[in-house]
Design a protein around this ligand. Structure first.
Ligand code: NAD
Length: 328
């Protein structure tokens, strides 16, 4: 990749703000736009993360001096400048399940022609995006779905690990996430609460912040998640590696400490061509944060997306089908 690609980040919460910091350190990719519910900031010369960091946690990027614009429909306003954007990272909440897929449809229908990467988590949401393949292909969009940590880094690790075997018996993903304060990642935590017994995406979407805080208090800030509806399953199934019922995802999220409560692992068990059963284990370093493990891979897939796009390969691809590249 020779020229610098211009990146827009939709969503300026925990992931979006950290993505701005990461992009500060990349010269092949330049952050030119970021938005949230209150508006957007756009600068074709590049937005540095210190502008965003200087904002109070609940302040909109619309209040960034000179480049911020307050508006009710930031995505629509940014789309008016679509010709100045090469790649989009979706760091929006996905509550309800249809929100992100319907946003993707909108990006295509309003004429964006570039690369889009998401960090979607729910199986049903990824299935909705996959169904947009024909529309996105016709719109000359290269889209990589499930390109965060799980799904994402760990799903791709499973796809790679599978190569040693002729039959895959199980894929078990168990993640540990530690964040100092749930406020910094409201959508992520809400979506995790939706996996607890007695909750649903619809129920959580209707709950106030105070109600979410009460649920966290009841659990001392710890969420233990089992048998989650996580898109690693459909992504590995679509790649032809293993049927979705053999993929299990769970984990522990501590919403009151940045220290990981458990190490994050992906364990793939299979049978080799000699008939031997064995397990490959991929473990993330405990010091790596959720932001590092989601945003780093997302940019790797963004770069891969630009390569695909340059070869006129359009439509929806998944994180188990495309090897991320390394953006400098
Ligand atoms: P967050 O709640 O911290 O921030 C969301 C941002 O989106 C906010 O800035 C909000 O103002 C903005 N927003 C909401 N509606 C908008 C609209 N209509 N127009 C413009 N902006 C709007 O979210 P987060 O915790 O950073 O999570 C973002 C997403 O990333 C979630 O969907 C989460 O599930 C996903 N995620 C994926 C992984 C993974 O490994 N795949 C890991 C963590 C988070």
């Amino acid at each position: 990749m020779t020229d610098t690609k211009r990146i827009a980040v939709l969503g300026a919460g925990g992931l979006g703000r950290n993505m701005a910091k990461l992009l500060d350190q990349k010269h092949e990719l330049r952050l030119v736009a970021i938005c949230d519910k209150g508006g957007y900031a756009f600068d074709p010369n590049g937005l540095k993360s210190n502008l965003i960091e200087a904002l109070a946690a609940d302040a909109s990027v619309a209040s960034i001096p000179q480049v911020g614009v307050a508006c009710a429909d930031a995505i629509g306003e940014l789309l008016k400048r679509k010709d100045e954007i090469d790649g989009i990272f979706l760091a929006l909440p996905n509550l309800p399940n249809e929100f992100l897929p319907s946003t993707v449809e909108r990006l295509a229908k309003e004429g964006f022609q570039g690369v889009i990467v998401d960090a979607l988590k729910r199986t049903r949401a990824v299935e909705m995006v996959v169904r947009l393949h024909d529309l996105l292909a016709a719109s000359k969009i290269t889209y990589i779905t499930g390109a965060g940590a799980t799904p994402g880094l760990l799903t791709a690790a499973a796809a790679l690990a599978a190569q040693s075997f002729i039959e895959i018996e199980s894929v078990e993903i168990y993640f540990g996430v530690g964040i100092a304060n749930w406020d910094a990642y409201k959508a992520t935590i809400r979506e995790d609460v939706a996996h607890l017994e007695g909750f649903s995406v619809e129920k959580v979407a209707a709950m106030s912040d105070e109600e979410i805080e009460k649920e966290l208090d009841k659990r001392n800030g710890i969420l233990e998640l089992v048998n989650m509806e996580h898109a690693d399953d459909v992504i590995l199934e679509l790649a032809g590696i293993v049927s979705r019922d053999k993929v299990k995802v769970g984990g522990v999220v501590d919403t009151r400490s940045p220290k990981k409560p458990v190490s994050t692992t992906m364990r793939l068990t299979g049978i080799t061509f000699e008939g031997k059963r064995s397990t490959h284990v991929f473990t993330l370093g405990d010091e790596t944060s959720m932001a590092a493990n989601v945003n780093g891979p997302a940019l790797g897939w963004m770069k891969a997306g630009f390569w695909y796009h340059s070869k006129a390969l359009y439509g929806v691809f998944t994180s188990a089908e495309v090897m991320p590249r390394w953006p400098k």
